[in-house]
Design a protein around this ligand. Structure first.
Ligand code: NOJ
Length: 588
């Protein structure tokens, strides 16, 4: 990385913020060229089978109004940087009306935009601007729970026991002589009991309601046909607005086992599931009927739309059930995300991913980071990273080694982007951003932190606003310098302005990898394992490209060839530790 600063515009002028998509189409001479990929991929169909999808966390991407929280107009203003990067689609974490108790995953109105992010018009402008640039747009659907501020929940509380509105949620009487004990022993993913007791209008204690997450996120009852119908309409609302698909939150949690039996978790009771078996609230068979239904709703609309499951389900052969031909199209491959930087384990997970997903006719997905996990730049530097959701903070030991983490992250990303299927890139990873590990307690916002009384740091460290410009306030996230989570003082080198066009920068690496991936058809290719490189090496060919990743400590001799892209500059015909290369073999 270098400190040298390449010219880069800062936040948009008012002019570019108010520019309409129609203006773009008419006035931008370059745009005709840029529009083509979208048209082409529409013709080709099933774009999502090989797409690189960039996750935007709207609170932290770009802030147009200077209030310290990112917004939709900020996203619009920065779309060109994503075109330059070379991604195919964007997925936006929730921007809907919400009290923001869980950063927007607590939705109070599924069909409107929260004022902190803008308006529906801002959404339309952003979406049209994205489409005009050949970028698909995926929005986040949060169907397992609403916010406790949602009109449905407010009515359910007011209408009382036995009402139709209560039947939309999971209200139950408590146990014990006076109903003073929760209905069962389930734990919230964020810590503490998964039940909260209500108070009746006359002040007496009432029923309990279930919340697998925060108490401000009551679970809906998906056995209720009324809820199913409402969500069909919510899907149609966004499909009519032209979205290309939905990332579905907690897609393994919407149906609970009949009778809500107690569950004795083997380890971390509050986990998202993973390999835990027979959990009465994760991975129940009944969820699949919902996705078959949604598949049909998507088919009501022209074009090629996608449902992507956030389902923490293992093994992969079980996760594949979410992407059977009449259900969803993709599921996040968290087994891959959770694989350490170890060649034998990487080879095994790549094999089982391809086998499991291809077995049902779906593409595999690949992902290394998102807004819920420690950024892979930091995670891969730790031998035993904290469990999902726990985070890293000032008192954590050991702290990740930044240089080691960055080298491994670059190598891991280059390996991931060589794999056939669809890859997800979380905002900031193209800059090599590390986890912010020194956030002060007072700045923390994740409910995990509060519900564990500060014993788990939570996920704030991967959500810090992006650095766009090394020399501007808030690194160009906005013009006021405000930032809802404090940005570390030493992120100048990570800023986009320090990396754009700079050979060897992480941004240049991602840009080159995405271009080559597209040009050479790696996303639609097939891998063949290459033998003879030793146990610490992942080596395969895909679409004529030889991909070699060295997870060990000893340099690996390279075949004679022309380097396409490499995660570190190579000075000799050997691949150093923690490095990945793509090359084309040369005879002799
Ligand atoms: C998964 C989301 O990714 C996470 O951020 C959120 O807190 C939970 N689901 C609850 O909606």
């Amino acid at each position: 990385m270098t400190l040298e600063s390449a010219p880069e515009s800062s936040l948009p002028t008012n002019d570019s913020l108010t520019r309409t998509p129609a203006d773009d189409i008419v006035t931008d001479p370059v745009l005709d060229l840029i529009v083509d990929p979208l048209a082409e991929s529409i013709k080709g169909g099933e774009w999502w089978r090989s797409a690189v999808i960039y996750q935007i966390y709207p609170r932290s991407f770009a802030d147009s109004n200077g209030d310290g929280i990112g917004d939709l107009a900020g996203i619009t203003s920065r779309l060109d940087s994503l075109v330059d990067l070379g991604v195919d689609a964007i997925w936006l974490s929730p921007f809907f009306t919400s009290p923001q108790r869980d950063a927007g995953y607590d939705v109070a109105d599924y069909c409107d935009v929260d004022p902190i992010f803008g308006t529906l018009d801002d959404f339309d402008t952003m979406e049209q601007a994205a489409h005009a640039r050949g970028l698909r747009v995926i929005v986040d659907l949060v169907p397992n729970h609403t916010s406790s501020d949602h009109a449905w929940f407010i009515a359910a509380l007011a209408d009382g026991e036995g009402s139709e509105t209560r039947a939309r949620y999971m209200f139950r009487d408590g146990l014990g002589e006076n109903g003073e004990l929760p209905p069962n022993n389930w734990q919230s993913v964020f810590g503490g009991a998964a039940w909260t007791r209500t108070t009746n209008p006359d002040g007496t204690p009432g029923q309990w309601y279930l919340h697998l997450f925060d108490s401000s996120q009551p679970d809906l009852d998906w056995t209720n046909p009324w809820i199913r119908n409402e969500f069909r309409e919510i899907l149609r609302f966004w499909l009519r607005r032209g979205v290309d698909g939905f990332r579905v939150d907690v897609a393994h949690g919407m149906i609970k086992a009949a009778g809500l039996p107690d569950y004795f978790a083997p380890k971390d009771g509050g986990s998202m599931g993973g390999d835990a078996v027979d959990v009465p609230y994760w991975g129940q068979e009944g969820v699949h009927e919902i996705y078959r239904d949604w598949h049909l709703v998507l088919e009501e609309f022209e074009g090629d739309r996608v449902l992507c499951a956030e389902a923490w389900v293992e093994p992969l052969s079980k996760l594949a059930h979410w992407v059977r031909p009449d259900e969803m199209h993709q599921a996040f491959n968290f087994s891959y995300l959770e694989t350490p930087w170890s060649a034998p384990e990487l080879r095994a997970v790549i094999d089982s991913s391809i086998e499991a997903f291809h077995g049902v006719g779906a593409p595999s997905t690949w992902v290394l980071s998102n807004h819920d996990v420690i950024r892979h730049t930091s995670r891969l530097a730790l031998d035993a990273p904290p469990l999902q959701g726990a985070g890293i903070g000032p008192l954590s030991t050991p702290k990740p080694d930044e240089a080691l983490g960055l080298a491994r992250a670059r190598a891991a990303s280059l390996l991931m982007l060589a794999l056939p299927g669809s890859a997800y890139v979380y905002q900031g990873e193209e800059l090599g951003l590390p986890e912010a590990t020194d956030l002060p307690d007072a700045a923390r916002q994740d409910p995990t932190w509060f519900r564990h009384n500060g014993e788990k740091y939570g996920r704030d460290g991967c959500r810090v606003p992006l650095p766009w410009d090394a020399d501007l306030p808030a690194y160009g996230f906005n013009t006021t310098g405000d930032s809802w989570l404090p940005q570390p003082g030493d992120w100048q080198d990570y800023a986009r302005s320090s990396q754009v066009g700079v050979p060897g920068s992480t941004l240049s690496l991602y840009t080159a990898a995405l271009r080559e991936r597209r040009d050479r058809g790696l996303g639609v290719g097939t891998i063949e394992w290459l033998e003879g490189y030793g146990p610490e090496v992942v080596a395969f060919s895909n679409a004529g490209v030889i991909v070699i990743a060295n997870t060990g400590s000893v340099p690996v001799e390279l075949p004679v060839g022309d380097i396409v892209v490499s995660s570190e500059a190579l000075t000799e015909a050997a691949l150093p530790a923690d490095t990945t290369v793509w090359l084309i073999a040369r005879e002799g």
